[in-house]
Design a protein around this ligand. Structure first.
Ligand code: NAX
Length: 327
């Protein structure tokens, strides 16, 4: 049987953590033959550490055959020790009266510390997924704080936006969601993201031609996907958690086990593709194989798409400029 791998999860006692850990432990992320050791991080606060203890009791009570160990930590230098995968979910939420700059600064502090800790103690091949918002910028900060690790190992979660887009398209076109291929989401995980179905197909047929409605694309589809997080908060009184955890599972599973030639969306550092300045963590279409992702290149960018991409890029550059002095 396979040797266990180490999976670190931060914010482990939070809502997403509660929807995520049980699926990792049951083998849905890394395969039904891959034992895992969970290395869980929460803030030192007594309430958070107690909540984490409760989650661990429940994990134990599932008697997952693949769960080879569970550790609870309050120090990233311990939580990230030798870790092969790191899911950075915990982040500072926007509090009442908090300005955007304050939010960026609070998170810059968290992700600088966590990037440094990964740099110091994680496996040299660690695969990092940042879920905590602002996800792209937090991933950028962690990457910049970990100069001894390959930059390509730092990614941000755009997969929830991708899955939301797939679901909206399936409903509009009467497709089965699982039949949609070649969909992607460009840019920042924020309402400015650009969900792009120009290349998408179902059974080899163009989704764009089947829908054939640019007004719907612009006035319904993009705002619906972009504001889906807010719609869920309005309806549920809490932000998306199970769907976010599901997207994290999808992202890591495809990265680790391959996408079999299919496109998936990941936020990854640009190497200059599509005119996105190198180093910016941007949502791109990628294919994955043997534990590596590759950005799909050579796609035509029409005027409308360029406008959308420029807008989400400008927002990301603004976020990045807002934290530069802290790095
Ligand atoms: P919760 O507030 O339920 O849980 C977050 C947990 O993180 C808390 O238990 C907190 O104590 C812990 N935490 C905070 N700072 C930490 C640190 N420095 N080290 C370790 N743990 C820390 O939030 P939840 O609903 O689970 O959401 C987590 C994050 O995901 C938020 O930043 C949220 O904005 C973000 N999201 C990102 C999404 C994406 O698509 N990229 C979608 C869903 C979600 O909104």
């Amino acid at each position: 049987s396979k040797k266990p791998v180490r999976v670190a999860v931060t914010g482990a006692a939070g809502q997403i953590g509660y929807a995520l850990l049980f699926r990792i432990a049951s083998g849905e992320m890394l395969g039904k033959d891959q034992p895992v050791i969970l290395q869980l991080l929460e803030i030192p606060d007594e309430k958070a550490q107690n909540a984490l203890k409760g989650v661990i009791m429940e994990l134990e009570d599932c008697a997952f055959p693949l769960l080879a160990g569970i550790e609870a930590h309050s120090d990233p230098l311990q939580a990230f020790k030798d870790t092969d995968y790191a899911l950075l979910v915990g982040a500072r939420p926007r509090g009442p009266g908090m300005e955007r700059a304050d939010l960026l600064a609070a998170n810059a502090q968290i992700f600088t510390a966590q990037g440094k800790a990964l740099n110091a103690v994680a496996s040299r091949n660690v695969k990092v997924l940042v879920v905590g918002n602002p996800a792209n910028t937090n991933a950028y900060i962690a990457m910049k704080s970990a100069p001894d690790l390959p930059a390509k190992n730092f990614t941000a979660m755009l997969r929830l936006d991708h899955n939301r887009a797939a679901s909206q398209l399936a409903a509009k076109g009467g497709f089965k969601v699982g039949d949609i291929r070649k969909l992607t989401v460009w840019g920042n995980h924020s309402p400015t993201m650009y969900a792009d179905y120009r290349f998408a197909t179902v059974d080899g047929k163009s989704v764009k031609e089947a829908i054939n409605d640019q007004t719907w694309n612009k006035d319904v589809f993009l705002p619906t996907v972009g504001k889906r997080g807010a719609a869920i908060i309005a309806a549920r009184g809490l932000s998306s958690a199970a769907s976010a955890a599901n997207a994290a599972i999808d992202h890591m599973r495809d990265w680790a086990l391959g996408s079999a030639g299919e496109w998936v969306t990941m936020g990854v550092p640009s190497n200059g593709e599509y005119g996105i300045p190198a180093g910016i963590i941007f949502g791109f279409p990628v294919t994955t194989e043997n534990g590596e992702y590759k950005i799909v290149e050579g796609l035509e960018i029409d005027a409308f798409s360029q406008e959308c991409i420029d807008k989400t890029l400008a927002e990301l550059q603004g976020e990045q400029d807002g934290v530069k002095h802290l790095l």
